[in-house]
Write a protein that binds this ligand. Structure first.
Ligand code: 1HE
Length: 262
């Protein structure tokens, strides 16, 4: 299945139509995110086909995403700016807390709102051409797409403060080192790696994927005592699923793969 929605392209792939490939297709503007594109992201995650178990998001052209479409910025007053930021929050919430894990395949510029979008994804695969920046500071504005919440959780508030105060740009190697991406791959191969990971993730028990997307980030924010309790509840629900029992039995019977040395 292929669907073209303005500057967003959705393709459903895999033998069981289990992977959604979502591509920003506005390369002439470096995939800058205007309102229509943000709303298209929201709507796409709201209406993924039921067969989909994992998603990949990437960008056409030389860059993943140049962030907020700055040409729309000057037209907003304070109230409209507030609503605009809340619209981004709602859309990126659908990415982080949507139906399936999302892998961002990064290359070129991952800047401003582009980094906010990437940070809402569950896994980031960056190729050697990737660079990260938060030029909001230089532009006299502030992050508004959830970056102030999500980015410090990846790299710490001190590093984000430095990026915004000084305009510091991280290259692909340093970005992986500080936690902006979990995978670093040769130039031109981020999509391939992300797709491979998506297919692998799609074979997990759906309840395990759900727990990792919806329970883990909440547990990580809870005080330890509450976190331990929530963890126990989630563990009990996950292991009571018939699929979990089948998978454990398969291992004990020698029918499932062992963990291989890295
Ligand atoms: C844009 C945008 C954009 C490019 N909004 N039009 N983001 C930024 O501050 C990053 C701004 N962009 C750049 O620094 C560079 O464009 C890139 C490093 C990403 C790419 O450079 P390059 O040399 O490949 O492309 P270019 O020549 O700069 O741009 C090509 C076209 O895309 C050009 O338009 P044209 O009509 O002259 O061809 C650019 O104007 C256009 N373009 N980026 C609008 N961002 C929820 S709050 C989030 C707040 C933010 O994200 S602030 C950070 C915004």
């Amino acid at each position: 299945m292929t669907k073209k929605n303005s500057d967003l392209h959705l393709d459903i792939r895999g033998d069981d139509r289990e992977v959604a490939v979502i591509r920003l297709t506005r390369p002439a503007k470096r995939n800058a995110l205007n309102d229509a594109l943000i709303l298209a992201i929201r709507d796409t995650f709201d209406h993924l086909p039921a067969s989909v178990r994992a998603a990949v998001i990437d960008g056409e052209g030389d860059h993943f995403c140049a962030g907020l479409d700055l040409s729309e910025l000057s037209e907003r007053d304070a109230g409209q700016g507030l609503m605009h930021s809340r619209m981004w929050h709602a859309a990126l919430e659908r990415v982080q807390y949507g139906p399936v894990p999302v892998i961002a395949a990064l290359h070129g510029a991952v800047v401003g709102g582009g980094l906010e979008l990437a940070s809402a994804c569950h896994i980031r695969v960056a190729d050697d051409s990737t660079f990260y920046a938060l030029p909001e500071g230089t532009r006299g504005i502030f992050v508004g797409g959830g970056g102030a919440v999500r980015i410090p959780r990846l790299i710490g508030a001190a590093r984000m403060t430095d990026m915004m105060l000084t305009g510091r740009v991280y290259n692909a190697v340093d970005g992986e080192r500080i936690g902006l991406a979990q995978y670093l791959v040769p130039a031109g191969t981020a999509f391939e790696k992300a797709f491979e990971l998506a297919r692998r993730i799609a074979t997990n028990a759906p309840l395990t994927n759900y727990a990792l997307m919806h329970a883990l980030p909440r547990i990580a924010e809870q005080p330890a005592d509450q976190g331990f309790f929530t963890e126990a509840m989630m563990a009990a629900i996950a292991q009571s699923a018939p699929e979990a029992k089948d998978r454990v039995r398969a291992f004990l019977d020698g029918r499932a793969a062992k963990v291989q040395k890295a």
